[in-house]
Write a protein that binds this ligand. Structure first.
Ligand code: AMP
Length: 551
């Protein structure tokens, strides 16, 4: 990116955030005017363009989305032509939410990497004409009954020619490899090419930190094979997808024993602390979202990356882009995203005072705010007149290891389905809890169950087959996003740890010792405290897993 262009982009951010109020008013006026004749808006506006439209959740507009998905014209909901649906990782009734996309929303999304490039270059030197290794992957697209494509927003952007153009200028990885649906082959080739061109890599990244962690694990499992390919100049035979095989073979054009020796030595080191710096000596930063549920990967990334700055670039969703991190070098725990007022019209609901009156973007006060996307945010300050938010949590999500978002209600429903089987076999599930185990990659859900037999004096004999079936029932009852990540090996098989009677009493004792009132003690459906998890682990009498692949 030329310096003058970069400066111009930064100037636009300054202008938009300075005029935040006016920009928001214009965005709203535009939405209302343009869409006034749609069936949806006519219901509320009755010819006026006032802000007479209620705040809704997805379920309120689902019937319109379903009608469009089944072939009715999209003009019932929106005036601009629908280009595709964006498939959210959030689900409604177990199915992915479908968010309409238009040329304009697409353009806004595309502007984020370019804006962030300008922001980062201003703060980190030596990035002119820099190329990076971004570990990027696509997910299969779905089609609605009338043939409209539904894609994750990342996949949708990688498929566009403007993004492909951008990627070919900024990434060392040939775009075909990123677009290959075979994740294992794609990951292997992306890492192999990254190592072959290690000197040219100025930054490394992935969209979310979970994918970065998965690639490090993949490297642990495959480094010997990768080094051997580099030594011989011959790509492994299992790389059969032409989109991966052809471009990788042409980069791996000759045996390179010197590089293979160096890499072997580096990988053979007992500790992999700081290995990313050794492998990619010119990398200046790691670019990956490390806030929200992704913060669980920060210590792992710090360990492997040896102090390279972790840059958490932006805060997005399928519904809209929200904000960008204007201080890319801040610590993950201090990251705030500045909302860009031209991206969408924003309103917020205060979390804690029961106030249902929404607050405009420019009028939020330092404190906690929520909006119907379902995220809880904390206002940390303002950039000019536009607020900056720290991501606090996704409402109602108790378990998450990747893009999955499992609520307490989802988990309880899934466990209730397994209870039917237990009941038939004469078992009672006395109490249970869970946690997301990301100590290994991919992470997994771990359930703790305290069981007893209905004939209460019987010795508890655990039948592995039945316990494994329970794991399966729970997984099959979870939502679409969980199951597709699991099928794609981005989530490891669910683990069920059966604990001996009395273990949950020990957990209660633990919480009471920490000051929980006995009379109001409730077993948490999901645990975060390591001490609490160790208390339950101390009582484990059997561990069971779902099968490697879901049936
Ligand atoms: P989806 O619509 O499937 O892309 O999911 C969007 C959700 O991902 C958001 O509403 C957030 O809960 C989460 N998310 C996206 N970007 C970030 C971020 N930078 N930090 C924390 N959570 C994020």
């Amino acid at each position: 990116m030329e310096k003058s262009w970069s400066e111009a982009l930064l100037k636009t951010i300054e202008e938009h955030t300075t005029n935040a109020h006016q920009v928001q008013e214009n965005v709203l006026e535009n939405i209302l005017k343009r869409n006034a004749e749609t069936e949806y808006l006519k219901k509320f506006l009755h010819g006026s363009t006032d802000k007479n439209v209620p705040i809704v959740i997805y379920e309120d507009i689902k019937s319109y989305i379903d009608r469009i998905a089944n072939g009715e014209p999209s003009t019932i909901l929106m005036a601009e032509p629908l280009t595709e649906f964006i498939r959210s990782t959030g689900t409604s009734g177990g199915q992915p939410k479908l968010i309409p996309s238009t040329d304009e929303s697409f353009e806004k999304r595309m502007s984020i990497p370019i804006l962030m490039e300008a922001v980062i270059k201003k703060q980190i030197e030596g990035l002119d004409n820099a190329k990076g290794m971004y570990l990027l992957f696509v997910m299969p697209e779905l089609e609605t009954p009338c043939g409209i494509k539904a894609r994750l927003y990342t996949t949708s952007s990688f498929l566009s020619s403007s993004m492909q153009n951008y990627m070919s200028k900024h990434l060392i990885t040939p775009v075909e490899i990123i677009l290959c649906l075979n994740t294992n082959q794609s990951m292997y080739c992306q890492l192999l090419i990254g190592l072959l061109q290690r000197e040219q890599v100025s930054f490394i990244g992935s969209i979310f930190a979970s994918a970065f962690a998965r690639c490090i694990k993949f490297l642990q499992d495959h480094w010997e094979e990768i080094c051997s390919n580099i030594r011989t100049g011959h790509l492994s035979d299992w790389i059969t997808e032409p989109a991966c095989k052809n471009p990788t073979s042409s980069i791996l054009s000759r045996p390179n024993p010197e590089l293979a020796d160096f890499l072997d030595q580096t990988f053979e080191n007992k500790s992999w602390e700081g290995i990313i710096r050794k492998l990619w000596p010119n990398a200046k930063f790691i670019d990956a979202i490390v806030t929200g549920v992704m913060s669980q990967y920060v210590s792992l990334l710090d360990f492997y990356c040896g102090g390279l700055p972790l840059v958490s670039p932006s805060y997005n969703s399928s519904e809209a882009c929200f904000g960008v991190n204007l201080k890319p070098l801040s610590k993950p725990s201090d990251v705030s995203y500045t909302f860009l007022p031209h991206f969408a019209y924003f309103e917020f609901l205060p979390v804690d005072n029961g106030n249902v009156e929404p607050v405009d973007l420019v009028n939020v006060k330092v404190g906690l705010y929520r909006y119907r996307v379902g995220d809880v945010l904390k206002v940390t300050g303002f950039h000019n007149n536009s607020p900056q938010f720290q991501f606090v949590e996704r409402q109602n999500v108790v378990l998450s290891v990747d893009l999955d978002k499992t609520s307490e209600a989802d988990l309880l429903k899934a466990i209730a389905n397994a209870k039917v089987l237990l009941d038939q076999l004469g078992f009672v599930l006395s109490t249970h809890s869970s946690y997301a185990d990301t100590s290994s990659t991919p992470g997994r859900y771990v359930l703790f169950w305290e069981l007893k037999t209905k004939a209460s004096n019987d010795f508890l004999k655990l039948d592995a087959k039945i316990m494994e079936e329970c794991c399966c029932i729970v997984e099959e009852s979870l939502d679409f996003t969980y199951k597709s990540l699991r099928q794609d090996n981005k989530i490891a098989p669910l683990e069920l740890r059966v604990v001996k009677p009395g273990t949950f009493d020990a957990l209660m004792d633990f919480y009471i010792s920490k000051g929980s009132p006995i009379s109001q003690y409730k077993t948490l459906c999901c645990l975060k405290s390591e001490e609490a998890i160790s208390t339950l682990n101390a009582g484990v009498i059997g561990k069971f897993f779902s099968p490697k692949t879901l049936p």
